[in-house]
Design a protein around this ligand. Structure first.
Ligand SMILES: Cc1cc2nc3c(=O)[nH]c(=O)nc-3n(C[C@H](O)[C@H](O)[C@H](O)COP(=O)(O)OP(=O)(O)OC[C@H]3O[C@@H](n4cnc5c(N)ncnc54)[C@H](O)[C@@H]3O)c2cc1C
Length: 596
């Protein structure tokens, strides 16, 4: 029997996680290492769409759009609890606008396209041609075809009908929580490896050192688990916008003088807007429009009460971790909203938070003034001067993470002279549920929550929220595990995290089952509380206490951890967290200075 091969994947973003899962399906040992948490990069800072990418058609990216549409169709079936179809409304000002510009762009004459780009943006004919092609590329998938509508028709978003008298209606999909999707890819990979008896480890918040002999030393975990030493059979650098920096730290590529820069990242910012009038005006549609400068712009429902607005596209060469949304971007995005929805009166005070990420785009010798034109295709780059076969993943989209993983795994396995034994093409995520299976998961959660002593009304809302996060895996939250206590912390005798409708037991679940190790992991990427409109310091305290009870935080460090979490939310998201969920006491706003 040949010895098992082990591949180290750097980066636990959506691409690293998808590749790890694909490799596990072929029976290879996998270690995933991230110097932060799962999905701490662009995956969490995206527009959260699973889409074909309509505008890429103008750049002639037919193959990419076709691949994205095929994957869109797969993901709404295989991860139905997280990926949901969303009808989009595309408002237009005129009829013929943008036709010549689109033709020039298609021919590769970008500067001519910019010169011809009319002030009134793309017209209904131009959009119609694009959407007809979009429909053709999605043919056979059962998605509704686009249609032209008159602005102001019943059920449509209440956009300024004078400025935008016509519109097209088409469909794409939304992945509200790519953070949770990425965690589930890894949960699935762990299950696959356990069934096959192969090695699978996820090491988050770890540092790596590489010896001259190719030995990789992964530091010990801050919450237990010693260092790992391994000489991998291959290494995959899936660190997104950090790809070049990772190569330098691995002492390959850059240090050997090989390298041109692989990544030419651009910064993209989003606003999370809390405005009942804007949310009502959207009418559960996404809106895809052009800002006054012609940049593509999304206004999207974000749960039942919030609206997500994005995005900007600005060249960025610094450390992606330092990227922040600035006031100019906030003004620009609010301006775009005001142009579309002049009656919704959305101002700076309606911005609950913002976030910002760096797109890991290929460093192409294109026009640096037009980042939107840089390809969204991914590249797999092989590095020759390294102690082990080494590849970097450059670019990619959330939408194509699975297909990217499939081609990456095939290439890597081919080099290692190993067969591809399985693919994820038909493989649902562990939480996948829809229709009847979703109802069954809800009922079971309801029963378990009541059994745990929760009042009937609370139990129904809690079941809905937990299934919304975990899908079919939700009932497992109430199962005791690992011999650790998972009862309510002293601060929250109800067993609920105050104000957010989640049981405190979910914290222990995420620690046991989903590699959550810090308070930030839980608040931002497992429980998705950082986006919750009723997030408060009290709620964060409940999570911290539950984390402490699960053995992940020393009791005497709970308050300090909560303070740090609140400060991080202010720095990263400009989010000011009130003391309690009724928002009555906004002491933190003044203690942190002016709104960032
Ligand atoms: C503004 C914006 C909007 C977008 N919108 C969409 C969209 O709507 N739909 C869509 O399909 N795509 C979208 N994308 C693209 C998509 O989000 C990214 O292409 C994708 O998330 C990249 O995933 P990744 O795993 O390659 O990188 P990342 O998600 O960035 O993950 C990289 C990981 O590597 C880790 N890391 C960094 N350095 C090291 C190191 N030295 N060692 C170990 N780990 C390390 C980081 O902590 C991080 O977790 C958008 C991107 C942005 C920025």
């Amino acid at each position: 029997m040949p010895a098992e091969k082990t591949i180290v994947v750097f980066g636990a973003g959506i691409n690293g996680a998808a590749v790890a899962r694909e490799l596990a399906l072929s029976g290879v040992g996998v270690i995933v290492v991230d110097n932060g948490d799962i999905a701490t990069g662009a995956t969490a800072w995206s527009t959260r769409l699973i889409h074909g990418g309509l505008r890429y058609l103008e750049y002639g990216e037919i193959g990419l759009v076709r691949e994205s549409l095929v994957e869109r169709n797969r993901l709404v079936k295989l991860a139905a609890h997280l990926v949901r179809p969303l009808p989009f409304y595309l408002p237009v000002e005129g009829r013929w606008g943008g036709m010549w510009a689109a033709a020039a762009r298609l021919a590769g004459w970008e500067s001519l396209a910019r010169a011809w780009q009319g002030r009134r943006g793309r017209g209904s004919w131009t959009v119609g041609v694009g959407l007809t092609l979009y429909d053709l590329l999605a043919a056979g998938d059962g998605w509704p075809r686009h249609r032209q509508v008159r602005a102001g028709d019943d059920g449509m978003p209440r956009i300024d009908t004078k400025a935008f008298p016509r519109a097209a209606l088409y469909a794409d999909a939304q992945l509200l929580f790519p953070e949770r999707f990425t965690v589930e890819l890894l949960v699935d990979a762990r299950g696959i490896a356990a069934a096959a008896g192969t090695r699978f480890e996820v090491c988050t918040h770890r540092q790596v050192q590489v010896g001259r002999d190719g030995m990789v030393t992964i530091s010990g975990s801050p919450v237990g688990g010693g260092p790992i030493e391994i000489r991998p059979d291959a290494v995959i650098n899936a660190t997104g916008a950090w790809v070049d920096r990772t190569l330098t730290s691995l002492c390959v590529g850059r240090a050997d003088g090989v390298g041109r820069r692989l990544i030419g990242g651009t910064k993209g910012s989003h606003l999370v807007v809390r405005s009942a009038s804007l949310r009502a005006a959207l009418a559960d549609h996404g809106v895809y429009a052009e800002a006054a400068d012609g940049r593509p712009m999304f206004v999207l429902p974000f749960g039942s009460s919030l609206v997500l607005v994005g995005t900007t596209d600005i060249p960025f060469t610094g450390d992606p971790a330092d990227a922040r949304t600035d006031e100019a971007e906030i003004g620009y995005l609010l301006g775009a909203v005001a142009r579309l929805f002049p009656t919704a009166t959305v101002g700076r005070d309606n911005v609950q938070q913002h976030y910002c990420g760096v797109r890991p785009l290929p460093n192409m010798a294109g026009d640096p003034h037009l980042p939107a034109g840089v390809t969204r295709r991914h590249l797999l780059v092989r590095h020759d001067e390294s102690p082990w076969p080494l590849w970097s993943i450059v670019g990619g989209k959330l939408t194509t993470c699975r297909s990217l993983a499939e081609t990456t795994a095939a290439t890597v396995l081919g080099t290692l002279e190993m067969p591809v034994r399985g693919t994820s093409r038909e493989r649902p995520l562990p939480g996948n549920c829809d229709g009847a299976s979703r109802v069954a998961a809800m009922l079971e959660c309801h029963r378990l929550a009541e059994q745990a002593g929760m009042p009937r009304d609370d139990a129904a809302a809690v079941a809905d929220r937990v299934v919304g996060l975990l899908g079919a895996r939700a009932p497992a939250v109430w199962q005791q595990g690992g011999g650790r206590p998972s009862g309510p912390p002293a601060a929250s005798p109800s067993g609920l995290i105050r104000g957010v409708g989640l049981p405190t037991a979910i914290v222990g679940f995420c620690v046991r089952e989903e590699w959550a190790t810090t308070l930030d992991d839980l608040v931002e990427r497992r429980l998705m509380l950082s986006f919750h409109d009723r997030l408060s310091r009290e709620a964060i305290m409940d999570v911290a206490e539950s984390l402490s009870m699960a053995g992940g935080l020393a009791r005497e460090r709970v308050t300090e951890a909560v303070d740090a979490c609140v400060a991080r939310l202010a720095d990263l998201y400009g989010r000011i967290v009130p003391r309690s969920s009724d928002g009555a006491d906004n002491e933190d706003r003044t203690s942190q200075g002016s709104r960032r």
